[in-house]
Ligand binder design. Structure first.
Ligand SMILES: C=C1C[C@]23C[C@H]1CC[C@H]2[C@@]12CCC[C@@](C)(C(=O)O1)[C@H]2[C@@H]3C(=O)O
Ligand SMILES: O=C(O)CCC(=O)C(=O)O
Ligand SMILES: [Fe+2]
Length: 347
């Protein structure tokens, strides 16, 4: 079975794009990180004037959860989830371990820098190399056990970090699986159609760090993007996440709801659902006072599995291909990738 790491090996990054700056020492935003933009605003409460406020908040235990989730996937490609069964305590502990990592001095963090053809470890996000400007962000990517890296950071005190990260990934995987079943039900697709994913799915946990920024409006944490994989389960305790609303053509802030997790769909679910579900365009803004941490869990099929609309869709609008090939397309075409694999049907 080909893993995601195998697939990304042939799509290396340059060191220049992997090494984040020493944010702590920057008293102003360097030109390398200045983005031309006019609409970067992070309201800290709901805007009552706006008809379509933000993504729905859904209780997983609600009797009509399938319908609520189905609609949210169609309308937004994202929702906040409460009553998901993951303890607040675990979430808080994972966040505090992530913070423990990111507050380390830069020279310590560079000990666990991702290699140019690697997937795990410390560094800027993979999308960084698609833009002329750099991002106000650093990340730490985990797949399975982070032992190797954690040992280098904390030779005598890495067990708590490892145990929490492994436990969190396990819980996230179960939740992602459960959510996919709900989505399949709504799409009237049998579980059989995603069998390979359920038996062989991988997951990847991305710890995101957005240090406090001297001039938050001049830069961006993560530029607008959709996630590539099936579903992403994200946790944020400080605001920063925004989702693009296609109908009103505006950005809406996802205000953190205590204990909730943000679920957003990636490109693969848009493909599998034949475009019935959309992958949400989103971005992360930074702020002047808080060092914001978020944790994103990506649910990923094996790299050599086929991705294409479910058989129940008689008129597929996307062509079927191997995930590895799609990752290559993503690398070359970024947010145009879905249109690249679209089947043009004139009649
Ligand atoms: C499992 C994943 C999902 C990846 C690629 C791989 C490891 C790192 C993930 C992220 C994390 C940050 C945003 C993103 C857009 C990025 O640049 O790196 C994500 C990307 C994707 O969804 O494409
Ligand atoms: O930090 C956030 O709110 C967003 C993170 C994100 O989009 C990602 O990791 O893909
Ligand atoms: Fe994302």
């Amino acid at each position: 079975m080909a893993t995601l790491s195998d697939a990304y090996k042939v799509i290396p990054m340059t060191l220049k794009h992997i090494i984040p700056p020493d944010f702590e020492s920057l008293k102003r935003v360097p030109d390398s990180h200045v983005w031309p933009q006019t609409d970067v605003d992070l309201p800290l409460q709901d805007d009552d004037e706006k008809p379509e406020r933000s993504i729905p908040v859904i209780d997983l235990m609600a009797p009509n959860a399938v319908e609520l989730i189905g609609h949210a996937c169609e309308d937004w490609g994202a929702f906040q989830l409460t009553n998901h069964g993951i303890s607040t305590n675990l979430i808080d502990e994972v966040e505090s371990q992530a913070r423990r990592l990111f507050v380390l001095p830069t020279i310590e963090k560079l000990k666990v820098l991702r290699s140019t053809d690697g997937m795990t470890g410390y560094g800027a996000s993979r999308m960084a190399q698609s833009f002329p400007k750099l991002l106000w962000h650093e990340g730490f990517t985990i797949m399975g056990s982070p032992l190797h890296h954690a040992q280098q950071l904390w030779p005598h005190d890495h067990q708590v970090f490892c145990d929490l990260m492994e436990n969190y990934q396990k819980k996230m995987k179960e939740l992602a699986h459960q959510l996919l079943l709900v989505m399949l039900k709504w799409l009237q697709v049998s579980e059989e159609d995603l069998k390979w994913t359920f038996s062989m799915a991988q997951g990847s946990l991305q710890l995101n760090s957005y240090p406090a920024c001297p001039n938050p409006k001049s830069t961006i944490g993560l530029a607008p993007h959709t996630d590539t994989m099936l579903v992403t389960i994200l946790h944020q305790s400080d605001p920063g996440l925004q989702i693009f609303n296609g109908k009103s053509r505006s950005w809406v802030t996802v205000l953190p709801v205590a204990g909730a997790l943000v679920v957003n769909l990636g490109n693969l679910l848009q493909i599998f659902s034949n475009g019935k579900f959309q992958s949400a365009m989103h971005r992360a803004l930074v702020n002047q006072y808080r060092h914001r941490i978020s944790m994103a869990y990506f649910y990923v099929p094996p790299a050599d599995s086929m991705v294409g609309p479910f058989a129940r869709f008689e008129r597929p609008v996307y062509r079927t291909l191997v995930l590895k090939e799609y990752l290559q397309i993503r690398h070359e075409h970024r947010e145009d990738s879905l249109s690249v694999i679209r089947i043009d049907d004139e009649d």
